[in-house]
Design a protein around this ligand. Structure first.
Ligand code: FAD
Length: 274
C-alpha cells in the first residue's frame, strides 16, 4: 500500500462526531471552509473543544487550523499583521493595550493554547469573552476573513457585527504612538474581566477608545472619544455608546458605575504614556 493521498490525510471522520478537516496551508483552509455552512472553526480549542466533547456544539464539520500556517506576527514599516492562529502568549511582548490585555486573560497554560482568532471570535456566555475585541477596536485594526462572497477586510467593529460563517485569516493595524488598558480586576487568574477599556493614541494624535463587557461584543466608544480632552467628561459620555447588561459576574448597574471610571483611568494612563 502506498502513502494515502493528501486529501485522505486531511479529511477524517469521527463516529457520531463532525467530519474533521485538517488543512495543511492557508489556501487549503480557505478551500475546505468554502462558504462555511455548519462548520466549526477550531483555533486553540479552549472554548470549542469542551463544547464539542460535551455535545453543546454539534457541527457537521470541524475545521482544525493548527496546521494551516496561520500563526505569526509580521511588521511592514509601521504596520503589524497578526495571524489568526498566533497564540496569545506570543502577543505578550507587544505594546499596550495588547500586552496588558493578554496578560490578564486566564493563565499561562491557556494563553499558550488560545489564539488571536479564537479570542476575536469568542462570544459572550455567562461572562464577557473575547477581551482582545475592544483592544483591536481601539487600535483601529482591520480583520481579513473569508467565507460567502470571498475575502473581506474590514474594521474590527464591522466584522464583529457580521461575523457568522467567516474564517479569520489575520488582523492588521498601524502601530500606535501610545496605548493603555484599564479593567475591573478580580483576584483569581481564571476569572473573566467584567469590563475593560482600551485607549490608543494613533500616530497622527487621534484618540480611539474600545470597551469589552459593555455590549454583546467589543464596542467602540465614539462619544467618549469626542470628549477625550476632558477625561471625566469622556467617562460620562461613554454611557451613550454602550448596551450594558447583567450577567453572572456583574450587573448592568455596576457596569454603569464603573465604565466612566475605567474610561477616565485609561485616558489618564494614555496621557502618562506619552
Ligand atoms: C479557565 C479559563 C479562563 C478564561 N479566561 C478568559 C479571559 O479572561 N478572557 C477571555 O477573553 N477569554 C477567556 N477564556 C476563554 C478562551 O480561553 C479565550 O477567549 C481564547 O482566546 C479563545 O481562543 P481559542 O483559540 O482557544 O478559541 P476556540 O475555542 O478555538 O474558538 C472560540 C470561537 O472562535 C471561533 N474561531 C476560532 N478561530 C477562528 C478563526 N480563525 N476564524 C473564525 N472563527 C474562529 C471558534 O469557531 C469558536 O466559535 C478563558 C477560558 C478558560 C478555560
Amino acid at each position: 500500500m502506498g502513502r494515502p493521498a493528501p486529501t485522505q490525510k486531511r479529511v477524517e471522520s469521527m463516529s457520531n462526531g463532525p467530519e474533521v478537516l485538517t488543512p495543511r496551508s492557508a489556501t487549503e483552509a480557505i478551500e475546505l471552509f468554502g462558504d462555511g455552512g455548519d462548520t466549526a472553526i477550531v483555533g486553540g480549542g479552549t472554548i470549542l473543544v469542551p463544547e464539542l466533547r460535551l455535545g453543546s456544539a454539534r457541527p457537521a464539520r470541524a475545521l482544525m487550523l493548527h496546521r494551516a500556517g496561520l500563526a505569526g506576527v509580521s511588521k511592514d514599516g509601521g504596520r503589524l499583521t497578526i495571524g489568526a492562529m498566533t497564540p496569545l502568549n506570543a502577543l505578550a511582548s507587544l505594546a499596550d493595550p495588547i500586552a496588558a490585555c493578554v496578560s490578564h486573560i486566564a493563565d499561562l497554560e491557556i494563553r499558550g493554547q488560545a489564539t488571536l482568532g479564537g479570542n476575536l471570535c469568542a462570544r459572550n456566555t455567562d461572562a464577557p469573552r473575547g477581551d482582545l475585541q475592544g483592544v483591536l477596536i481601539a487600535l483601529g485594526a482591520s480583520v481579513r476573513s473569508v467565507g460567502a462572497g470571498g475575502e473581506r477586510t474590514e474594521p474590527t467593529e464591522e466584522f464583529l457585527a457580521n461575523r457568522d460563517d467567516r474564517l479569520v485569516l489575520d488582523v492588521s493595524f498601524d502601530l500606535p504612538s501610545a496605548g493603555a488598558y484599564a479593567y475591573l480586576d478580580r483576584a483569581h487568574t481564571h476569572e473573566y474581566t467584567a469590563l475593560a477599556v482600551s485607549a490608543v493614541r494613533t500616530s497622527d494624535g487621534t484618540i480611539r477608545l474600545g470597551a469589552n463587557g459593555a455590549g454583546p461584543h467589543g464596542l467602540r466608544l465614539p462619544s467618549a472619544e469626542a470628549a477625550a480632552a476632558n477625561h471625566a467628561a469622556a467617562g460620562a459620555a461613554a454611557l451613550a455608546d454602550v448596551a450594558l447588561f447583567d450577567d453572572a459576574i456583574a450587573s448592568a448597574w455596576y457596569r454603569e458605575k464603573t465604565l466612566p471610571v475605567l474610561v477616565r483611568r485609561a485616558l489618564d494612563q494614555l496621557e502618562d504614556a506619552a
